[in-house]
Design a protein around this ligand. Structure first.
Ligand SMILES: [Zn+2]
Length: 421
């Protein structure tokens, strides 16, 4: 970019619009005066920008406290909110065993949602067909043009620049699959792609409106288990963008063989397959009667079933859940010692058995991490539970509207799209 462009008044307007949008997003519902205080922009500038954003339908006005009169005793000033209906994002979350697709609004509100159980051993082409089917179901033919963007959450290792799923230990048939471009051809728009666990972290950071610059460690307990670190708003990326494979850290030197080739990895104790295996073994030993009955009624064997039964008081299932918590807790304690996060956030279907699993994790962190590192630590469940990566996929798309472009990208593309999506 030409240095002179920094002084360009149109550019300043675009930057200010983003500042105002971001302020409204984190303060909403809020008054113009609050936005002015948060952004340090003078009230007249804020009024002008708000008028533009109202015209662009990115903001809307709502009535404030009807009892409180305005400063001059007249009509109370109107509050500002994001106009959630102004943009629709298609969010796709491919978990090896479950496919989730949602239509999401500007406020990350889920407008429509579908999910489908998929087979992690399926050929990529089969699963991609299922994604397209679910996406088309949710969009309908008329709505395709009204989508602002598509965000895609992928498990395993990815090439985010090329949109390729390089491989996933939980989806053995996926090797260097150009999934982004395959979906672009079918859906008419190119999805933005990111790894599942990063999207969970992105979602947690986006929805944290405290303004604190903290460090969050996110553990995604799904078909596999992954972690992501987001510190002061920046995702930690390892060499090649690969990192966070906590599922393949060793928790038992003599443990079972893992699909990665190693022995005793965390995943061999807490992955979906590991939990299912434990349940099958328990059933063979005459335990987990309630699971047998549920399966006979047509339920599918998956951890969510076990978590649900454990929460309802089934002791055999509770024992399995506590064991999962124990192993996740071991890994979490090591991570706390290594990384000293302010928050440890868990996402996945574990919310169904939150108290049991949280208790077990907390116990291990308490036992095995250093007091100075654990004393200020908050361990909590994701507010979006198992949908955290799905909503993170929506954040990946929608954040372009709010974040200040980096200096290297300050060009005319900084303009907020004025098209009414
Ligand atoms: Zn492994």
């Amino acid at each position: 970019m030409e240095p002179s462009a920094i002084g360009n008044s149109e550019l300043i307007t675009q930057v200010n619009r983003r500042l105002v949008l971001q302020a409204v997003r984190t303060l909403q519902p809020t008054y113009r005066a609050e936005v002015s205080r948060r952004t340090n922009l003078n009230p007249a500038t804020v009024t002008g920008i708000v008028n533009d954003l109202l015209q662009m339908r990115l903001l809307k006005e709502v009535s404030g406290e009807t009892k409180a009169p305005g400063p001059s005793g007249g009509r109370p000033p109107m509050l500002l909110e994001l106009n959630s209906a102004a943009r629709r994002i298609l969010a796709i979350d491919l978990e090896p065993n479950i496919l989730r697709v949602a239509l999401v609004g500007l406020n990350l509100n889920i407008v429509d949602y579908r999910e489908k159980v998929v087979n992690r051993w399926s050929q990529p082409a089969t699963v991609i067909k299922q994604i397209v089917q679910l996406a088309e179901d949710i969009l309908g033919n008329d709505n395709k043009r009204r989508i602002y963007g598509i965000g895609l959450s992928l498990p395993g290792l990815i090439d985010r620049d090329l949109g390729i799923l390089i491989g996933s230990t939980n989806m053995p048939r996926w090797r260097n699959v150009p999934i982004r471009d395959m979906l672009a051809k079918k859906l008419g728009q190119t999805p933005k792609v990111e790894r599942t666990v990063h999207l969970a972290a992105l979602h947690e950071d986006w929805t944290d409106t405290t303004g604190e610059l903290n460090t969050k460690l996110v553990l995604a307990l799904r078909t596999g288990i992954g972690m992501s670190l987001i510190s002061r708003g920046e995702l930690y990326l390892g060499a090649g963008g690969f990192e966070g494979e906590v599922g393949h850290t060793v928790v038992d030197l003599n443990g079972p063989q893992c699909e990665c080739g190693n022995r005793g990895c965390l995943e061999t104790f807490v992955s979906t397959d590991a939990i299912n295996q434990k349940v099958k073994l328990a059933i063979e030993n005459g335990k987990c009667q309630a699971v047998s009955e549920a399966l006979a009624d047509g339920e599918i064997l998956r951890p969510e079933l076990i978590y649900g039964l454990a929460r309802d008081g089934n002791e055999d299932c509770a024992e399995i859940v506590r064991e999962v918590g124990y192993y996740v807790g071991l890994a979490a304690a090591n991570l706390v010692n290594l990384l000293a996060p302010d928050k440890l956030i868990l996402c996945g279907s574990i919310d169904l058995a939150d108290e049991l699993i949280l208790e077990a994790i907390q116990e291990q962190v308490q036992l095995r991490s250093l007091p100075q590192l654990r004393d200020h630590l908050k361990i909590q469940l994701s507010s979006a539970l198992e949908k955290s990566p799905l909503l993170g996929a929506a954040v990946l798309v929608v954040r372009d509207l709010f974040e200040l472009p980096r200096l290297s990208t300050y060009t005319t593309s900084a303009a907020l799209p004025s098209t009414d999506y």
